[in-house]
Design a protein around this ligand. Structure first.
Ligand code: SF4
Length: 453
């Protein structure tokens, strides 16, 4: 999973892009980068690390220009390394320069790459964003296509998920794959600055007036003459009748304060919680979320059951990849550094513990043990999604099928492994009721019905 940002026509484009990336840090913590265009050259800075580490104020000052694009990365395609981080750029000595950043993943990557390599195109990484950029630049520079036409050829040929921003010396292009797997919307100011971001919450913190979500297969060009939309019939590029948004963006990935796929994330999560509570025979003393992603699901569940909602677990937000490994005498597992129960809270209580999903089950197992050791009488685990049985190929780094616990174990075996008194999931037909247009979503990690292969 990754987050993207694009800024057009702002004197402090790099500063805005940094703030936007910071708002999207939850979408990727491994590396981040930015390409800033001053009308002559592109300055690129990308490094392993968090936005606040890579883009310190003195570094932002060096990135002068009115067009900026940026990216936070959680690796899917391509190893975890600086050369696979984004943006990617192509500079020509006398001609145009291009920078591109994308969120998603390409399924026919190997095939497209080897076709381009046969034509002499050089690749510096194994990242899908570079493939999209090189494909477009090849068709513009070598085949004489316009950028818009090159993107359309790309949409016909390259299969997968991409919410993408491309900048040149004087323009910004934004486009989304015909399935619209990943979110992307844009906003603007009265002074005609334009910002495009993965999530609307990044636009909010930049005081942008939200305009709209980019449509499936739509290509939007922004330049000094304004915003021009090139709408395309997505059916000419895709294998399904409807778009296929990632349902997991609503369940877990996106921020609750974002508006994506035509709905507020926090409202979808509360609806998931209330559906989860329907026909649930358990009457707990208290409903506790696994913070933070399950907060709104647990709230919806508690309201539906009319049972108190409490934050029984406190999450430390500062435990990260760079955390110093403690001595063996200190609790050395990151889950225990990350979650701590409120003192004397769980003693003697019947608890409904609500989480968004179970992938491997290892973290939940430790959390349940923590709550059990704090004196809970019964722990009933309630999950706001169906069992995850299939891997994702559209931009989410799920483990292989063999590592997915629901692929190998029955619900009761998972309950035993995790150590809960009961376990139930939200059924797929119930999950479909949580969104307004269920036919427009991908559920492949639950049912294995991949929209594009
Ligand atoms: Fe989202 Fe799952 Fe579909 Fe991947 S397979 S796009 S995670 S719903």
């Amino acid at each position: 999973m990754c987050g993207i940002i694009g800024i057009f026509n702002h004197s402090e484009a790099a500063k805005l892009a940094t703030l936007g990336l910071f708002a999207e840090q939850h979408r990727g913590q491994e590396s981040c980068g930015m390409a800033v265009n001053d009308g002559v050259t592109i300055k690129l800075r990308k490094k392993m690390g968090l936005v606040k580490e890579v883009f310190r104020p003195e570094k932002i000052k060096e990135l002068k220009g009115k067009i900026a694009i940026g990216h936070v990365r959680y690796p899917t395609r391509g190893a975890s390394s600086e050369y696979n981080s984004q943006p990617h750029i192509v500079e020509t000595l006398s001609g145009p320069s291009y920078a591109l950043t994308s969120n998603g993943d390409i399924i026919n990557y190997n095939e497209i790459r080897s076709e381009l390599e046969k034509e002499g195109v050089y690749f510096a990484s194994t990242n899908d964003g570079e493939l999209i950029l090189k494909f477009i630049v090849y068709h513009v520079e070598k085949k004489g296509e316009s950028i818009i036409d090159a993107i359309k050829i790309m949409m016909k040929t390259v299969k997968g998920a991409y919410s993408t921003v491309l900048s040149t010396k004087d323009s910004l292009f934004m486009f989304r794959d015909p399935y619209a797997f990943r979110p992307m919307s844009y906003g603007k100011t009265k002074e005609n600055s334009v910002v495009v971001a993965s999530e609307s919450s990044a636009l909010d913190i930049l005081y942008m007036d939200w305009v709209k979500e980019v449509l499936p297969a739509e290509i939007i060009k922004v330049d000094d003459s304004g915003i021009q939309s090139n709408k395309n019939d997505p059916l000419q590029f895709r294998e399904t009748d409807t778009e296929k948004h990632c349902i997991f963006e609503h369940i877990y990935f996106s921020r609750p304060d974002s508006f994506i796929f035509g709905e507020n994330v926090f409202e979808v999560r509360k609806k998931i919680g209330s559906l989860l509570a329907e026909n649930d025979p358990i009457t707990p003393d208290v409903v506790v979320p696994v913070p933070d992603s399950a907060n709104f699901i647990a709230l919806g569940y508690a309201r539906q059951k009319n049972i108190p909602f409490e934050f029984g677990l406190i999450r430390n937000h500062y435990v990260g990849r760079t955390f110093i490994k403690p001595e063996q005498t200190i609790r050395d597992e990151s889950v225990y550094q990350k979650f701590n129960p409120l003192p004397n809270f769980f003693k003697g209580k019947i608890v409904s513990l609500v989480d968004d999903s179970i992938v491997r089950g290892t973290t939940l197992r430790k959390i349940v043990k923590l709550i059990r050791n704090s004196g809970a009488k019964e722990i009933h685990l309630r999950i706001g999604s169906p069992p995850v049985k299939h891997s994702c190929f559209y931009g989410i780094d799920t483990p292989t099928r063999e590592e997915l616990i629901a692929n190998n174990k029955s619900t009761d075996e998972i309950r035993q492994y995790i150590g809960a008194d009961s376990l139930s999931y939200l059924a797929l037909d119930q999950l479909e009721k949580a969104v307004q247009e269920p036919q427009n979503f991908c559920y492949a990690c639950f049912d294995g019905k991949y929209p594009v292969k």
